[in-house]
Ligand binder design. Structure first.
Ligand SMILES: [Zn+2]
Length: 493
């Protein structure tokens, strides 16, 4: 079968893609958000999810449908699309979540896959073992072995045109997640959910999510479509997209609404605590906060669910446009300013710099230097790597800003600019991305340290050259990374 996923554009490890769903005969544009529809309680009717919110596909739980005799027969008779009243692709879950919550379920992988195929599911899921975070290694390994055995069964199952997922488990062990990703991919499955993330997401352990998803992605390779299972809060969409996640699902919009919780891209608010509704969606322009607080419970819940969905889909659209424009990192930086746990996760993402750099395009729209973390972006690393390969003259003056009149140009073979956080910029690269970046005039210390590292790298790669650095009042933290052979001139801040 032809590959079902194709990447169209990239930004860091994030990408725009197309996921072909053969059974539905449609292509889903990714990153995509799939609302979770509970077959028992439909907070917002599935047809509305498509028409009003732009949901391209949705997820429902085949295990719950299977567990109720009337509904099971109806689904087998009419198909899951008719049952839900939704024309687009329907992905089904298998009961693994129930297994994690209640400890046992009463169907096998073959039975539940056959049921999903027979009710017309477009993407079906085997019963894997969602190992929770922080279990001992022995448990994580033995459950992973069981999951892998079930994925082998799923790969051999006659699914017809239905795509089949290969969940990636491994608890909080990055090496197990990486191995699980490699094995799931090798089994020949189609879509790869990174599983058992809900406990981490609920506890705001986003930095752990970053490390584990990055590990799973290393194992899966760049061509695999990845679903961050259970990620339904818009505050993490930009971050997760920057990690290379292609699919998200949201049960949060309805669950949070039930408890009076109001989602924003910066976190969660309680409706009771809001004096104003800080949002432009149709719900928040129609209702005053006080009116919504006093509304009958069912009406309040439905209005909150609609707001939660509007916020979530708007953020997904913003993420897609940011990848298209090459400024996904700027969006992630903005989100990182909204909550310390997201900032922590962004820093964790930057720790995977070599991996991020691999998929990052050499040229993008614009680089906005807006935080101390900007100095650690993959574009800065790439520029530093590039310096090692440049030919450096016998005597070189590196000068930050305009050279003062006291400098005699005849003393040097060449004069290059120094631009924090990038470091040395030879004249030929002055007009190229990323050194065309917009940087603030008041340079911060992390940028100066990053620039000093780049100077050091250049000096170490060219021990024959005599290099002078004229800097604008760099602090000790920057100067101490320079090798002793570099002559220093302080031009003052
Ligand atoms: Zn709203």
């Amino acid at each position: 079968m032809a590959p079902v996923f194709e990447q169209r554009a990239a930004d860091g490890a994030g990408r725009l893609g197309e996921l072909r769903i053969p059974r539905a005969g449609v292509t889903v544009e990714t990153p995509a958000l799939l609302p979770v529809v509970n077959p028992n309680v439909q907070t917002i009717e599935p047809a509305r999810l498509a028409d009003e919110f732009g949901a391209q596909a949705l997820i429902t739980n085949a295990y719950i449908i299977h567990g109720d005799e009337d509904r099971r027969e109806a689904a087998l008779d009419r198909g899951v699309h008719d049952l839900l009243g939704f024309d687009g692709p329907v992905m089904t879950d298998s009961g693994s979540f129930q297994l994690a919550e209640y400890g046992e379920i009463d169907v096998t992988t073959e039975e539940i896959l056959a049921f999903q195929r027979d009710i017309g599911s477009d993407i079906g899921t085997p019963v894997d073992i969602p190992t929770p975070p922080d279990v001992d290694r022995e448990q994580a390994e033995s459950e992973l072995e069981e999951t892998q055995a079930r994925l082998e069964v799923a790969a051999g199952f006659d699914a017809g045109e239905m795509l089949v997922t290969g969940p990636v488990q491994g608890s909080t062990y990055p090496d197990l997640r990486e191995r699980a990703g490699r094995d799931a991919r090798a089994a020949g499955l189609d879509v790869f959910p990174v599983g058992a993330m809900v406990p981490l997401l609920n506890d705001y352990r986003f930095a752990d999510v970053v490390d584990l998803v990055a590990a799973a992605k290393r194992g899966l390779g760049p061509d695999a479509p990845v679903h961050l299972f259970g990620a339904g809060h818009p505050m993490v969409f930009a971050l997760a997209a920057a990690l290379g996640c292609d699919l998200f699902d949201s049960a949060a919009y309805a669950l949070y609404a039930k408890d009076g919780r109001y989602l924003t891209v910066r976190g969660t608010e309680h409706l009771e605590a809001l004096h104003d509704l800080p949002c432009e969606c149709p719900v928040c322009t129609e209702w005053m906060a006080g009116e919504l607080q006093d509304a009958p419970p069912a009406e309040r819940r439905d209005a909150l669910a609609a707001h939660n969905l509007h916020v979530s889909f708007a953020e997904l659209r913003r993420v897609r446009q940011a990848i298209r424009d090459g400024d996904l990192f700027e969006l992630v930086e903005a989100r990182a300013r909204g909550h310390p746990t997201v900032l922590d996760a962004y820093r964790a993402l930057l720790d995977h710099g070599d991996w991020l750099e691999r998929g990052d395009p050499a040229s993008k729209g614009a680089f906005f230097h807006v935080s101390a973390e900007s100095a650690r972006r993959p574009e800065v690393r790439r520029h530093r790597d590039r310096l090692e390969r440049l030919s450096v003259p016998g005597t070189l003056l590196l000068c930050e800003g305009e050279p003062p009149e006291s400098v005699d140009f005849d003393d040097y073979d060449e004069v290059w600019a120094v631009v924090p956080p990038f470091g040395p910029v030879p004249p030929a690269l002055e007009e190229t991305y990323p050194v065309t970046a917009e940087v603030p005039e008041r340079v911060d210390e992390p940028s100066q340290v990053a620039a000093a590292r780049a100077v050091a790298r250049t000096a170490e790669a060219n021990p024959e050259s005599a290099i002078t650095l004229a800097h604008r009042g760099w602090p000790g933290a920057a100067l101490e990374v320079l090798p002793s052979g570099v002559d220093l001139v302080d031009l003052g801040a």
